[in-house]
Ligand binder design. Structure first.
Ligand code: BGC
Length: 747
């Protein structure tokens, strides 16, 4: 006891000491801030967007005089070392105190080398691959002048109508957390002062993925238990991994705009989680506080500042209104100081004061951009993200022989391989599937190509959906006929269909989740030929595939696989690679089942799940409760047999055998349920997983150890607790097909 109290006193002593001790960097910032005027401090909180700045003209926001007079703390969407150097030069050589700029960008899944969309990346369950992709993204983006990246996006989403589900890691908080950490490690490395690492920015804080009805920018209203147990963990994980900045979200949270939510930013993020980095609002969020009717426009900036939003993205309201608000006594100058300090600290952590031009070395472009090595890694990773949803009679992989009809609007669309947030890619360089198939088969097989259909029958709908990457249109009837002729000549049909690249991502909510009309109609006609059909599904979200599941023998979900996707798809289709991706979001049977997620709570009158309809259960009279493809699901070209799982103390062991004729990788999953707790707990929660690679006939034993962090949760008072009692332990290949064991936690 004595020792303990001594330690306690030493502990207090140390923390008092560390509170008062100023580092050299603190002193540098103290000195700098002593010299800065209020306007100049507000300037550091002002974040501008490129556009005019990119072209070097001096209109509107991008006026040179703003940089020279110290009214800008950072810019984003400025492309290229030359443009970045020019602005950095204005700020550093001509600005009041030579303060360098933050240069932001949305490098969400690669820069010029583009990797699969984040939702797809999460389906690899491969945090090493994700960290590697983030590392390569950092190398390329920093070679082009970027020092601040608006990624990772960690919003948990249980509603695939929301287009931004494509940008996150799916529906699971635990998997989302380990992936969030991998992104941060990859972007920031161990040393943000290096010239090939950049500052990460976790977003969108918070709960943006829970927008009502899956409609982008819509309201979020959520219980605290749901928030803390299921939606907040990935943001917290990013903070724990040292993420140096954070972006607030567009949405309301229980009636308060996230950007003006002091409880969220100051109490939860800073006080509870110990976040010491800087925050930034999302695009033009500050005036939107008043759009929601929370305050008058002239007070919105003061409210955001008070809540802890440090940097104002684009609106300009901090710089335009805060000085007056301070004079009126409605805003606190000390808060401007705090925010300004955090922005300067971020610049310091990046090493920008030591060398503002460290990201502006044109010679890096040739060495580091879109290199063969980066592209090879992107191709490898892309193949890991594909999910084989169905493969009757082992139709895939295809032999390189005979005649293969490659049909569909996405078959020859090199510009549609990358998906959302791929603005820095060079789409003109990307191989299309048609080219990749021809390269793969050489003269061993014939590829007969037909575009088959438009994306949608209706031109306006297609135009709205296609966004930046429009596809040439033709007459659907004629295209369907041409496709059927191609099919008639072939031994097998490969249909490349689904969503076009910009049908998911920001502001791309959908009310219907089927493959769009004309494509689905064509698919029906192709299936009716009686020839075997492989569906290569392009999509940025789970789709409703009930008809396809009943009528198409093989479905390989290839998402949007990035700049090297075409080669990666060919690798998998022709068997160079064996697919091993597993879904990180539930695929519903119908939009009416949404929200549908695996880690749900028990309902009153639970569905007996014995297949017999019971009216007074929590079910639908016209559809099962079951998803079409559950969370964690994904097939392989081989099959894996699970032995009987055993538990001894806190150790679970299970044998996995490759029962097929090709080597493959299985992702073995561990789920836990707290059977009795103070508040209702989910029917299962993912707590661990292992990749196991097996040659044909090979068996390996996998083991898991149950640790206290797998058993805890936030109770009704938001205390994180771990209660003694019985836990159900589940092991298996996905969240549905599980073996059940029990584990008891004693006091
Ligand atoms: C998006 C953010 C993005 C920002 C800057 C916003 O519209 O919501 O995710 O980082 O724009 O491009």
């Amino acid at each position: 006891m004595k020792l303990l109290s001594q330690l306690f006193i030493i502990g207090i002593g140390l923390s008092l000491f560390s509170c008062t001790q100023r580092t050299e960097e603190d002193r540098f910032i103290d000195n700098l801030m002593d010299k800065m005027t209020l306007e100049e401090k507000l300037g550091q909180l002002n974040l501008l967007v490129g556009g005019d700045i990119v072209s070097g003209t001096t209109k509107d926001q991008g006026s040179d005089s703003l940089f020279i007079s110290g009214k800008v703390g950072g810019v984003f969407n400025v492309k290229g070392v030359e443009a970045v150097s020019r602005l950095q030069h204005l700020a550093v050589e001509h600005g009041p105190h030579g303060i360098p700029l933050l240069i932001g960008a949305d490098v969400v899944h690669g820069y010029e080398t583009v990797f699969p969309i984040p939702l797809a990346l999460s389906c690899s369950w491969d945090t090493t691959a994700i960290e590697n992709m983030a590392r390569i993204s950092a190398i390329e983006a920093t070679a082009d002048g970027v020092n601040w990246n608006y990624s990772p996006m960690v919003d948990i989403c249980r509603d695939p109508r929301w287009g931004r589900i494509a940008e996150g890691s799916g529906e699971d908080p635990w998997l989302g957390s380990v992936i969030a950490k991998a992104y941060v490690r990859g972007y920031q490395g161990n040393n943000m002062k290096s010239d090939s690492t950049m500052m990460a920015c976790v977003k969108h804080f918070a709960l943006y993925g829970a927008a009502e009805g899956g409609r982008d920018y819509n309201t979020v209203d959520m219980s605290l238990q749901r928030m803390f147990n299921y939606y907040l963990p990935p943001y917290k994980a990013a903070v724990e991994a040292g993420c140096a900045s954070l972006m607030t979200s567009f949405n309301l949270i229980n009636g308060m705009h996230a950007t003006a939510d002091k409880w969220l930013i100051e109490d939860v993020l800073r006080k509870q989680w110990g976040f010491e980095g800087m925050t930034v609002t999302d695009f033009n969020s500050i005036p939107e506080i008043s759009t929601f009717g929370i305050t008058e426009k002239e007070n919105a900036a003061a409210l955001a500042l008070k809540a802890g939003s440090d940097m104002d993205m684009v609106s300009g309201l901090y710089i335009k209104t805060l000085k007056d608000a301070i004079q009126r006594g409605e805003a606190d100058e000390a808060l401007v100081d705090k925010a300004c300090r955090r922005v300067l600290q971020a610049k310091m952590r990046l090493g920008l004061f030591e060398n503002p031009y460290k990201y502006c070395r044109p010679e890096r472009l040739d060495r580091d951009m879109y290199t063969d090595a980066h592209r090879a890694t992107a191709r490898e990773i892309a193949a890991e993200t594909f999910v084989l949803l169905k493969n009757d009679n082992s139709l895939l992989p295809l032999a390189k022989k005979g005649k293969i009809a490659l049909i569909g609007p996405l078959a020859n669309a090199g510009n549609n391989m990358c998906g959302c947030w791929s603005g820095y890619c060079r789409a003109e360089k990307h191989e299309s599937l048609l080219q990749a198939f021809k390269n793969a088969v050489g003269n061993k097989a014939e590829i007969i190509y037909a575009p088959g259909s438009n994306i949608y029958y209706d031109e306006t709908t297609q135009r709205n959906a296609a966004g930046m990457r429009q596809l040439e249109r033709g007459d659907d009837n004629a295209m369907h006929r041409e496709a059927l002729n191609a099919a008639a000549k072939a031994d097998i049909i490969v249909a490349a269909m689904g969503e076009s690249a910009d049908m998911s991502g920001e502001s791309a909510s959908r009310a219907e989740l089927t493959i769009p009309d004309t494509q689905r109609e064509l698919l029906r006609k192709l299936a009716a030929t009686g020839k075997p059909v492989v569906l290569l599904l392009f999509t940025g979200r789970p789709l409703v595939l009930d008809w396809e599941n009943d009528n198409i023998p093989t479905i390989l979900n290839v998402w949007f696989g990035g700049s090297e996707a075409a080669g990666a798809i060919a690798d998998v289709v022709f068997g160079e690679k064996n697919p091993c991706g597993k879904l990180t979001t539930t695929f519903p049977r119908s939009v009416g089942q949404i929200p549908l997620y695996y880690n749900h709570l028990m309902s009153s009158h639970p569905d007996p799940q014995d297949g017999v309809f019971n009216r007074y259960c929590s079910n639908y009279i016209d559809m099962s409760n079951e998803p079409l493809y559950p969370f964690g699901f994904g097939l392989s070209y081989t099959s894996f047999e699970y032995g009987t799982a055993e538990i001894k103390n806190n150790e679970i062991r299970v044998d996995i055998k490759n029962n097929g004729t090709v080597a493959g990788t299985e992702i073995v999953q561990l789920y836990i349920r707290d059977k009795v707790a103070r508040i209702a707990r989910p029917v299962k929660e993912l707590k661990s997983y292992r990749h196991v690679s097996l040659n044909p006939g090979e068996t390996k034993q996998i083991s898991f150890t149950i640790t206290p962090d797998m058993l805890g949760y936030y109770d009704a008072q938001l205390d994180y607790i771990c209660e003694p009692g019985v836990f159900e332990i589940m092991v298996g290949p996905n969240s549905r097909d599980l073996q059940y064991l029990e584990f008891s936690l004693t006091e």
